[in-house]
Design a protein around this ligand. Sequence first.
Ligand SMILES: [Zn+2]
Length: 67
Amino acid sequence: MAAEVVKETPAETEAKPKIEKQTNCLACNKIIKKLKRYYRDGKFYCSKKCWRVFIDKSKAEKTEENK
Ligand SMILES: [Zn+2]
């Protein structure tokens, strides 16, 4: 049995209740320009390519969880 202690600080992550407008791409974290933004599933990306990257990432995470 591993005696690992995972310290979590939920208070810190939930300290800011105000909703900020998403201005950065979820895949590359660049600031999205209004003219070039790519909207998908309620989120913004700077391009379709970045959307694909983000989808692939989240898929990979899900498959890891299923193991
Ligand atoms: Zn991007």
